[in-house]
Design a protein around this ligand. Structure first.
Ligand SMILES: Nc1ncnc2c1ncn2[C@@H]1O[C@H](COP(=O)(O)OP(=O)(O)OP(=O)(O)O)[C@@H](O)[C@H]1O
Ligand SMILES: [Mg+2]
Length: 392
């Protein structure tokens, strides 16, 4: 399937200010303007939540605005939903903006003398949707963002977070499959901001919108983004999942961003698991298993069946006792306690499971197959990394 958004070599050079153009006519030296976005290529899949992140002035807003041609690219190509956006005339562009792309800004105007419902319906009004239908669709969108009861009041009766929800409802009411969001939550205080992030994640999972979300907050980027594109001086420095960026930042600029991220909420079990040093197979002679454990300095071992499915765990003392009692089969001894987790579990969920058993935490798939283990030390190591300076 073709990606929803495909940008190739997108570049934007802002022309020099008018005063400079006057200098240029007189043959005096001027600047070249500002190269705000420089040869940026990426694709966004349908239903993806794609985050653009970078410091102030790195070109995020310029790039986002090129995606619906609020800013015209200097060069490059851009396809949205298979349509070539850059070759469109004003009429075609208006159609695409009406049907396909919507935008939510950090600051947007609510009309003070219209009700919340009328404000939410505004995007439909400019698209020429008849009043009855647009108020119904606005009400549905308000229900979706948890403002169903507030449709009849005026915006000034709402808190900042609620007003931002009206902006979101306004965008959702239009049913456009692509949503462009430029720091929509950055003016909100942290708790409300988290609520809004949760709301957006919920909506996105349910409605499968394609969302391009700009932020300069890495924690927000990590929470929201399926993938994160990090920008610096108009160029892409890294494009990867949050966990990949944490595990291997592309350069010092990214490493500096990453240094104060809470890894426990981003990195998953899959990223820190490793192969077990030793495992036993069903049917194996307990004596040889104990031997191998001794060599590996292991105090416990997982027992797996032919398919690699985890049957149980046994500690060295129980194994020795079993051998003493003449037990011929390892699996009948595998009654030790252990803990398992899924590869997708975040470290914050994994932490309480680690370290109380004779075997490291097991990471298993849906069929109970052992994928890897997480020793206590490697978990602590990963969590400690973030307390070290980025350049150490
Ligand atoms: N309309 C404009 N005319 C001239 N230069 C501009 C214009 N808009 C942005 N720029 C310049 O382009 C560069 C990128 O700006 P842009 O607003 O895209 O960055 P940003 O990453 O969104 O920053 P912020 O985090 O502050 O919003 C900056 O150097 C900025 O000064
Ligand atoms: Mg910006």
């Amino acid at each position: 399937m073709a990606p929803m958004i495909e940008a190739r070599g997108l570049t934007k050079r802002y022309e020099p200010a008018r005063s400079e153009r006057r200098l240029a006519r007189r043959g005096e030296p001027t600047s070249e303007g500002t190269l705000a976005v420089d040869d940026v290529s990426f694709t966004v899949e349908e239903g993806e939540l794609f985050v653009i992140m970078g410091l102030s002035g790195s070109g995020k807003s310029t790039l986002l605005r090129m995606l619906n041609r609020l800013v015209d690219p200097t060069s490059g190509s851009l396809q949205i939903g298979g349509q070539d956006l850059l070759s469109m005339d004003d009429g075609q562009l208006r159609d695409v903006r009406n049907s396909t792309i919507n935008m939510v800004f950090q600051h947007f105007a609510l009309f003070p003398h219209r009700t919340v419902r009328e404000n939410a319906a505004y995007g439909l009004q400019v698209r020429g949707v008849p009043e009855k239908e647009r108020l119904e669709r606005a009400q549905t969108a308000l229900d979706t963002v948890g403002l169903g009861q507030w449709g009849h009041v005026r915006p000034q009766e709402l808190s900042g977070g609620m007003r931002q929800r009206v902006g979101l409802a306004r965008a959702l009411a239009t049913d456009a499959p692509v949503l462009l969001m430029d720091e929509p939550f950055s003016a909100l205080d942290p708790l409300i901001r988290r609520d809004m992030q949760d709301l957006l994640l919920g909506l996105q999972a349910e409605m499968r919108k394609t969302i391009v979300f700009v932020t300069h907050d890495l924690n927000e980027a990590m929470r929201l983004g399926h993938r994160i594109m990090v920008m610096r001086d108009g160029r892409v420095v890294q494009l990867a999942s949050g966990a990949e960026i944490l595990a291997a930042p592309a350069d010092d600029y990214v490493a500096n961003f990453v240094s104060d991220v809470d890894r426990s909420r981003v990195v998953t079990a899959e990223h820190i698991m490793r192969p077990p040093i030793i495992t036993a197979r069903t049917g194996e002679d307990p004596r040889s298993v104990l031997d191998r454990m001794g060599n590996a300095e292991a105090i416990g071992v997982y027992v797996l069946d032919e398919a690699g499915k985890l049957i149980g765990a046994v500690g060295d003392q129980d194994l020795a006792d079993g051998i003493e009692a003449g037990c011929p089969r390892i699996e009948s001894l595998a009654s030790g306690t252990f803990a398992t987790t899924s590869p997708e579990a975040r470290l914050i969920e994994v932490m309480p499971l680690v370290g109380r058993h004779c075997v490291p935490l097991a990471v298993t798939d849906d069929d109970g197959k052992l994928l890897g283990v997480i020793p206590r030390a490697s978990l602590l190591n990963t969590l400690a990394d973030q307390r070290r300076p980025a350049h150490a």
